[in-house]
Design a protein around this ligand. Structure first.
Ligand SMILES: Cc1cc2nc3c(=O)[nH]c(=O)nc-3n(C[C@H](O)[C@H](O)[C@H](O)COP(=O)(O)O)c2cc1C
Length: 182
């Protein structure tokens, strides 16, 4: 019996879950954590959960190196990827498992912040976080990070994930001015 040839378009079609997850735009960031001599840098996303005090939420997969190190360190930095860092951020998000050369392969420089975990130099913004709470939920754990210090770079160009791809931020839409905090 003749075998049916695989349809390349079907092979590339996103799964329903990927389509659903990709329909919610979210910031592309780099989470850095350092404990003693060990540093990990992973792609991650984040959202605000409190303005006063400033708290952000990240979610990490139990069993990952970043998860283990943040649980141990109780601090991390979240760095909003700049357009110039997109390739490096995706590399940081795709190197799996123990790899001594991961940081060298990613090729981003660190700079000190106000927690022992380093900031990523050149990020559009960096937040130094102390872990306030960890909550198990679904297949990831939720980490609430109390932002101790932060920096927002003038001229920074934050990257957003949408539809399974990285995007630059487009033009503002017309509408009434609504500013933070709201
Ligand atoms: C764009 C992008 C976003 C990601 N966001 C997250 C995230 O929010 N949480 C998470 O646990 N892993 C996320 N990952 C995966 C991590 O960056 C990283 O690959 C993973 O933690 C490595 O796990 P390991 O230490 O088990 O190898 C993301 C990867 C990519 C490419």
């Amino acid at each position: 019996m003749a075998r049916k040839k695989p349809d390349p378009a079907a092979a590339e079609a996103p799964s329903p879950l990927a389509r659903l997850l990709g329909s919610l735009p979210c910031p592309e960031g780099l989470l850095a954590v350092r404990v003693g001599e060990q540093t990990d840098l992973v792609a991650a996303t984040a959202m605000w959960v409190s303005y006063d005090p400033v708290i952000l939420a990240v979610y990490l997969r139990p069993g990952s190196t970043a998860h283990r190190l943040v649980v141990e360190a109780r601090h991390f930095t979240f760095n909003v990827a700049d357009e110039s860092q997109n390739e490096a951020a995706l590399k940081a998000g795709s190197i799996r498992g123990a790899d001594d050369k991961k940081l060298a392969k990613v090729g981003l420089a660190f700079e000190p912040g106000s927690v022992p975990s380093p900031r990523v130099a050149g990020a559009a913004a960096s937040y130094d976080c102390r872990v306030l709470k960890i909550a198990a939920c679904g297949d990831h754990d939720l980490f609430l990070g109390l932002v101790r210090e932060s920096s927002v770079r003038d001229g920074g160009r934050p990257v957003v994930r949408f539809g399974g791809a990285s995007h630059r931020i487009g033009d503002a839409l017309p509408g009434p001015a609504v500013r933070y905090p709201h």
